[in-house]
Design a binder for this molecule. Sequence first.
Ligand code: FNR
Length: 364
Amino acid sequence: MNAPAPQPLCAQDYADLARQHLAPAIWAWLESGGADEITVRSNRAAYDGTRLRSRVLRPLAGAHTRLDLSGQALAHPLLIAPMAWHGLVHPDAEQATALAAAATGTPFIVSAQSGTPIETLAALPGPPHLWFQLYAQTSREDTLALARRALAAGARALVLTVDAPVNGVRNAEQRSSFRPPSHIRSVHLDGLSPPSSRPTPPGGSPLFDSGLLDAAPTWDEVTWLREQLPDTPLWLKGILDPDDARAARAHGIDGLIVSNHGGRCLDTLPSTLDALPGVARAVEGRIPILMDGGIRRGTDILKALALGARGVLIGRPVLHALAVGGAPAAAHLIQILRGELEVAMALTGCPTLADIGPDALWDR
Ligand code: FNR
């Protein structure tokens, strides 16, 4: 008789099972980081090296995880990070993720590189609470058209990702010879101008001399987009530096996502948990901060909140669960992390998110 399949109990269980389910090249695409993956490991190590302070005999009656994030009422502080091409890990693709998001009251930040149109996701039962992530396109008009399309479909905030004007050097993915199959593509980019590309002159640089960086956004694009969409909640994703955080505030940005792209871009960047306090000091509580990178436990979430984040984005673990069991598994993963956060809150004597501050940490 076969033993029953093991029941995943934590995010790592889903990662272990996903690895068995996925082709090695897809696993490499999903899991890999930049170069030597030092930043990927730092993201995790920062949580593992931060100790919690347990507080006892505090009143916990009426405890909850509710929050108001810039006028959006959320049941808990978890969001699903924007990630390309969910169809690579499960045939139900972004629709399954959106259903899991709706079932668990989790905002889903749909990637500009989604394989499913945002209109299809918005029409699902729930309906799901959607945000939309943008990359600045070659032409400003295309960026604005994409933003307006997402807003027309019901996206409740826009996230401009600013830390990846070029892909990082992802050697593990290169070694795996990963290529997306032809049926997986970024449907929102259909009909938009492709990045300009000139032949590289002899002796020239394929990156610097090919025109690839001509469209790399600057603060001018942020100013322009802000002016075009004055009433839309506009977040920047990929901020680590306090000066950039101050500049974002000066440009009228509504919120920041402290992120190093899950360690997928520039290797040897600091962990997001280490970068978070500097960004929090820079914005002085005037705009909300979310953060992501390496969150695999409810205790990780509590540590991020203790250092100034209002909420956290969950990246790879959502795709791990999706690979293992589609929408129900992705919803289960969110429930696991939320449940772990609640246990951590109770055991640190924090009945609400507002009670979680630096004194929830042992050595801060
Ligand atoms: C990403 N990420 C990402 N970010 C973004 O702004 N737009 C995107 O299209 C993608 N695509 C993407 C694909 C895959 C496979 C991964 C793993 C990541 C980055 C993502 O939003 C987030 O910042 C990190 O994944 C967070 O780190 P963890 O939770 O994966 O460790």
